[in-house]
Write a new protein. Structure first.
Lengths: 230, 320
C-alpha cells in the first residue's frame, strides 16, 4: 500500500504523518517533495497532503500549492478513485485545487487556534469512517483559516449526498455553536468529494495516534485510509 | 481587389487571401480642415515609409496594432477591425484647438501628457467629447475607453523617446482604435504627419497651412523628416514599466474576520464612525511592456485560478 505523503515548501507535518503511518503494518508511506511533480506520484496508491504552511500561506492558504504541477497529478489519481486525504493545510490545498467544494476562510476569531476539539462522526458510511459511525472523537486542530464556507446550493448537496463526515461538537457529541472553533458553516469539520475517495479535514488525525498523546482516534481514520487502498 | 473604403488619404481594399485582413493603400491627397484638398505626388510614399517604420517599431515594443507587414509601396497589410467611433488624441504641447478652448499659450509644454477623446463624425466635424458622455450615450464602454487611454499613453512614451533621438518633439497625435474578430482591441491607424504633429526647436517641424505653390518644398521637408525618423534606433528606447493592479475583496455577505478585528480597534481608538471594515488585498503586477487585450485576458484567468478565490472573493483590475 504505497502512500505518497506530499511535502510542499512550507509543509511541516509530513514527518508526523510518516511516523503515524509507519504504525500501520500495511502502509508503505514515502515522502514526495512537490518539486518531483508527476514523477513523484508514479507508484502512489493513495495520497496524503499533510498540514503546514505551504508557500508561507501567502495569498490564501493552499492557493499556490494547488497550482503546482503535482496537484494536477493528485487530481488524476483522485479521478482514478485512489484515496486522497488532505489534513489542515492539505484540506485548504484540495479546496483551492477544486477537488473539494467550498473555501476555508479566516477563523471568525481572526486568530490562530491550536487546541483539542471533539468531532461528531456522521452515521453515514464512508471509506474513511468505517467503524466510527456516529462516534464522538477527539483530535487536535491548529489553523488560522479553517472557517469552512460554501454556497447554500453546495451545502444542500453536501448534506443530501452525505458528504460531511465530521462536525465540530462538544464532549457529549452535541453539535452546538459553542463547540464550533472557527466559524465553519454548519460546524463542518471535513468534507468528502462526490466520488467518495477524497477527504479534507481541518483536524489532525496524525497527532492523535498514541495514548500518550491523549487520543488514538486519529489512528483509526488513518487505518481506514490504508484499508481503503485496494 | 475589392475596394472597401475610399477615404480622404487612404483606400482600403479587401485582402484577396484572407477575409480577416485588409490592404491599406495611402494616397497623395492631403486632408486640410476635413476637406479633401489637393494631391501632392510623392506624399503617399512618405506616409507609407513613416507608418511602416513607426507601426513596426511599436509592434516591436509590444503595442498591439492592426499592422501585419508592409506590401509594395504605398500599401500595408493590416488586420481587419471594427473601428470605435472615437478618436483618441494625446497632447504633450498645447497647440491650436487646445489653446483656443483652454486659454493656454501655443507651445506651452504640458506637465504631463493629456489624453482627449473626439467623436468621429463628419457631420459634426469631429467634436471634443467627454469620456462620461461617450459612456452615457453608449458609444464605447468605460473599460474600453480606459484601455485606449492607457495604450495611447504607452504609444506616446515610445514615440516621444524615439523622436528624442533626433531632437524632435512629439507635440500631439491622434489614433483610431478597433477591435479584431478575436476581440483584441488594437491601434488601427497610420502614423504619419496626417495624424502626428512634430516640433523642432520650439516650433512645428513643418508648418503648411497653405500648401498651394509650395508643393515641392513640402515634399522635401517631409522626406527629410522621414529620413530622420527611419534613422532612429528603436533598440535604444528602453521599455517602460506598466503597473496592473488587482484588487481582491471579500464578497458581500461573507464574514470578514480581519475587517471585524480592525473595526473593533478603530472604534476603541476613537474612530467610532467606522460602521464596518472589510479587508481585501492588492496585487501590483509590474510589466515591462505595454498592456494588450491578450495580457488582460491572461490576467483574468490568473485572477480566477490564483489571485482570488471566486467562492469567497471578487476582483477588479485597474491600470494606467
Amino acid at each position: 500500500m504505497s502512500i505518497a505523503v506530499i511535502r510542499f515548501p512550507g509543509t511541516n507535518n509530513d514527518d508526523d504523518v510518516m511516523r503515524a503511518l509507519r504504525q500501520i503494518p500495511a502502509a508503505k508511506p514515502y515522502l514526495v517533495p512537490s518539486r518531483k511533480g508527476l514523477a513523484g506520484l508514479q507508484d502512489a496508491e493513495g495520497i496524503i497532503i499533510p498540514g503546514g504552511f505551504s508557500y508561507g500561506d501567502y495569498m490564501r492558504a493552499g492557493a499556490v500549492a494547488a497550482m503546482e504541477v503535482i496537484s494536477a497529478g493528485i487530481r488524476d489519481l483522485a479521478e482514478d478513485g485512489k484515496p486522497v486525504l488532505g489534513i489542515s493545510n492539505g484540506f485548504q490545498i484540495l479546496a483551492e485545487a477544486g477537488l473539494l467544494p467550498g473555501a476555508l476562510l479566516p477563523n471568525v476569531s481572526a486568530r490562530f487556534i491550536c487546541r483539542w476539539v471533539y468531532l461528531r462522526v456522521s452515521d453515514q458510511p464512508s471509506i474513511f469512517t468505517e467503524n466510527l459511525e456516529n462516534a464522538v472523537i477527539r483530535l487536535p486542530i491548529a489553523h488560522a483559516e479553517g472557517n469552512y464556507f460554501c454556497s447554500e446550493d453546495y451545502l444542500i448537496a453536501l448534506e443530501g449526498e452525505k458528504r460531511i463526515p465530521f462536525k465540530y461538537c462538544n464532549a457529549q457529541g452535541e453539535i452546538t455553536e459553542d463547540s464550533n472553533p472557527n466559524g465553519s458553516i454548519e460546524n463542518i469539520a471535513g468534507v468528502i468529494n462526490q466520488k467518495g475517495n477524497v477527504l479534507g479535514m481541518m483536524s489532525h488525525p496524525e497527532r492523535a495516534t498514541r495514548q500518550i498523546l491523549g487520543s488514538t482516534d486519529g489512528l483509526e481514520i488513518l487505518e481506514n485510509f490504508v484499508r481503503a487502498i485496494r | 481587389m475589392d475596394l472597401i473604403h475610399d477615404g480622404k488619404t487612404r483606400k482600403v481594399h479587401q485582402d484577396p487571401e484572407s477575409a480577416d485582413r485588409e490592404i491599406v493603400e495611402f494616397t497623395d491627397s492631403i486632408a486640410l480642415d476635413d476637406e479633401k484638398a489637393e494631391s501632392i505626388t510623392g506624399k503617399a510614399e512618405l506616409v507609407y515609409r513613416m507608418t511602416d517604420f513607426l507601426l513596426g517599431y511599436l509592434e516591436g515594443k509590444g503595442v498591439d496594432t492592426h499592422f501585419i507587414r508592409s506590401l509594395e509601396s504605398p500599401k500595408i497589410l493590416v488586420r481587419k477591425v471594427d473601428i470605435y467611433p472615437v478618436l483618441v488624441v494625446c497632447r504633450n504641447i498645447a497647440t491650436k484647438s487646445f489653446c483656443l478652448r483652454s486659454g493656454v499659450d501655443e507651445g506651452t509644454v504640458l506637465e504631463k501628457p493629456l489624453v482627449e477623446f473626439f467623436l468621429i463624425s463628419d457631420r459634426l466635424h469631429n467634436p471634443l467629447i467627454t469620456e462620461r458622455a461617450i459612456e452615457t450615450i453608449g458609444l464605447v464602454k468605460d473599460e474600453i475607453l480606459h484601455f485606449m487611454r492607457a495604450v495611447t499613453l504607452s504609444v506616446n512614451y515610445y514615440l516621444v523617446e524615439l523622436l528624442k533621438q533626433q531632437s524632435l518633439v512629439l507635440a500631439d497625435f491622434r489614433l483610431e482604435f478597433g477591435i479584431t474578430k478575436a476581440g483584441h482591441i488594437v491601434v488601427a491607424d497610420e502614423l504619419s504627419l496626417d495624424n502626428m504633429s512634430i516640433w523642432d526647436k520650439g516650433a512645428p517641424y513643418m508648418n503648411f497651412d497653405e500648401i498651394k505653390g509650395k508643393e515641392e518644398e513640402f515634399i522635401q521637408a517631409y522626406g527629410k523628416l522621414v529620413d530622420l525618423i527611419t534613422r532612429t534606433k528603436p533598440e535604444e528606447v528602453s521599455n517602460r514599466n506598466e503597473i496592473l493592479q488587482v484588487i481582491v475583496k471579500p464578497k458581500d455577505g461573507i464574514r470578514n474576520p480581519p475587517g471585524e478585528v480592525t473595526k473593533k480597534m478603530l472604534v476603541r481608538m476613537g474612530f467610532g464612525d467606522a460602521e464596518d471594515v472589510r479587508v481585501g488585498k492588492v496585487f501590483n503586477i509590474i510589466l515591462r511592456r505595454p498592456i494588450t487585450s491578450e495580457i488582460l485576458h491572461q490576467l483574468n484567468i490568473m485572477n480566477i485560478k490564483l489571485l482570488s478565490n471566486p467562492i469567497s472573493e471578487k476582483h477588479e483590475v485597474s491600470y494606467g
